[in-house]
Design a protein around this ligand. Structure first.
Ligand SMILES: [Cu+2]
Length: 149
């Protein structure tokens, strides 16, 4: 076998996986009952890597996922009721989201991607969600407390 550029390129393609090949897929279930109480995203906190995807799974009906705060440059999202949406985490920072009909029950969640670049905005969003919630008032802050770095 002759040693030429084609072989080197092929070897590199096999030995060095691209970043996208390493991206993980996470699932967050939208549930009526979970480990953290009723009307809940599970898990409510996820630490992910840039480029990972999140699938919101409609385990129980009558939930949705809508972003409340996202890092600068990241796309916000708005899932319809019962819609299973998939989002890609393109920017580092903290993502805060809620379920529209159950925001009053503090059905919220937090995703950390890399460095928490927008922590102030995330804290503000969680404080406002907490103010507007009638129950589970410690939930958003409990998730936010898990953000590190
Ligand atoms: Cu809900």
């Amino acid at each position: 076998m002759s040693f030429n550029f084609k072989h080197v390129a092929l070897a590199a393609a096999i030995l060095i996986p691209s970043t996208s090949a390493l991206a993980a897929e996470h699932t967050i279930e939208m549930k009526n009952n979970g480990a953290d109480g009723t009307m809940v995203f599970e898990p409510g906190f996820i630490k992910a890597e840039k480029g990972d995807t999140i699938k919101f799974k409609a385990t129980d009906p009558a939930h949705n996922s809508i972003s409340v705060a996202v890092p600068e440059g990241a796309e916000s999202w708005e899932g319809a009721m019962n819609e299973e949406i998939e989002i890609t985490l393109d920017e580092e920072g903290v993502y805060v989201y809620k379920c529209t009909p159950h925001a009053v029950l503090n059905m919220v969640g937090v995703i950390q991607v890399g460095s928490p670049t927008n922590m102030d905005a995330a804290e503000e969003a969680v404080a406002e969600l907490t103010d507007n919630a009638a129950t589970n008032k410690d939930r958003g802050q409990m998730y936010l407390d898990k953000v590190d770095g």
